[in-house]
Design a protein around this ligand. Structure first.
Ligand SMILES: C[S@@+](CC[C@H](N)C(=O)[O-])C[C@H]1O[C@@H](n2cnc3c(N)ncnc32)[C@H](O)[C@@H]1O
Length: 333
């Protein structure tokens, strides 16, 4: 990363504020620095504390200057119409996740059965589960599962927080979050009684090498590795796939038993999305269950382009990089 010119620090101090010089180290340019400083100031103005505002501002800017993600400094991230609380130990919701959650809700809205049942595996902050709950008319049943007790506690906090803010009206819908390992053999018996409309997951999917080489320093240093890198060597051997794909192999196993009408999995990019589709096409039961397969891009508006991979033609939805795989039982994509 190129070093910043000292004149830029002087400009930040002179034209924005002395605090801006701290933020510039991570924001790298004056417009982003001014934006972040405004958000921090707005946050301080909207929250009460016994600590004087100027001291809070300095502490927050100092934290941010060390590379702590803004969402951990402010404590929240917008997600659709919700305010999702963020805490170290739990992955910060991404804009791309917000974009496909919103688009999926539009699809479900067009084809809503009487009572939607949604299973969100690897729920983290609960952003997807809560986002869908906020966008769909009741009654909706949502179940979020995560292995991390910190994530489950935060997902419940987010449910309470958004209900208190009036952004979620949980009745007569129902939502609950459970701590469980999706690889545990005891998971299925607790899930099978429901007829699921959607199984959705944003699982850990980054290879160890890519985590070390390609992720941003702020992500590597401050976000939980458990959320990003699948460290499941035993399962990798058993499920016969690359270690970064092991969660998809398990998710597809679960889809094969639970038979949700739709399944949706976030992925790292085109190569991984195609590997997931090949897992589906290579399994007679799954390919029969899910004849409709799509790859969704970062900006998943309803414009298609079809690409051929080996024997299969795959529709791509939207624009930008490949972000997710969408499987559907009927032609109601
Ligand atoms: C990429 S994060 C996704 C979080 C959230 N759904 C989102 O989109 O922001 C993956 C999540 O999977 C959880 N996780 C990791 N291993 C798991 C396992 N074996 N069973 C269930 N959850 C797991 C992590 O704790 C983390 O919260």
């Amino acid at each position: 990363m190129p070093r910043l010119r000292p004149s830029l620090f002087w400009a930040a101090r002179r034209d924005i504020s002395p605090f801006a010089a701290l933020l510039l180290q991570v924001c790298r340019d004056l417009p982003s620095t001014a934006n972040e400083l405004r958000w921090i100031r707005e946050h301080i103005a909207s929250t009460s504390s016994l600590v004087p505002s100027k001291l809070r501002l300095w502490k927050m800017c100092e934290k941010r200057a060390k590379g702590v993600p803004l969402q951990y400094v402010l404590g929240t991230q917008p997600f659709g119409g919700l305010e999702i609380k963020c805490r170290p130990g739990v992955l910060i919701p991404r804009h791309e996740t917000e974009a496909y959650t919103t688009e999926l809700a539009q699809i479900l809205l067009r084809q809503t059965p009487t009572r939607l049942s949604i299973l969100d595996l690897c729920t983290g902050t609960g952003c997807i589960a809560l986002g869908l709950l906020s966008l769909l008319p009741p009654p909706v049943h949502v179940h979020g599962i995560d292995i991390s007790p910190i994530a489950i506690s935060l997902a419940n906090t987010n449910l309470d927080h958004n209900t208190r803010l009036g952004l979620l009206a949980p009745q007569p819908s129902s939502i609950h979050f459970t701590q469980a390992d999706i690889f545990s053999p005891s998971l299925l018996p607790s899930l099978t009684p429901h007829a699921w409309d959607l199984l959705i997951s944003n699982p850990p999917y980054i290879s160890r090498g890519a985590f070390a080489r390609e992720t941003a320093r702020a992500v590597r240093n401050y976000e939980p590795r458990l959320a990003l890198v699948p460290d499941r060597d035993d399962e990798t051997a058993g499920l016969g796939c690359a270690s970064e794909d092991v969660f998809y192999a398990r998710l597809l196993q679960l889809a094969g038993v639970l038979t949700p009408r739709r399944a949706f999995f976030e992925a790292a990019g085109i190569e991984q999305a195609v590997r997931v589709i090949n897992m589906v096409k290579g399994d007679a039961r799954l390919s029969g269950l899910y004849p409709q397969v799509e790859i969704w891009r970062d900006n998943p508006h309803k414009e298609y382009e079809v690409q051929r991979f080996g024997d299969h033609e795959v529709p791509f939805r939207g624009s930008g990089g490949a972000r997710a795989v969408y499987l559907c039982q009927s032609d109601q994509l």
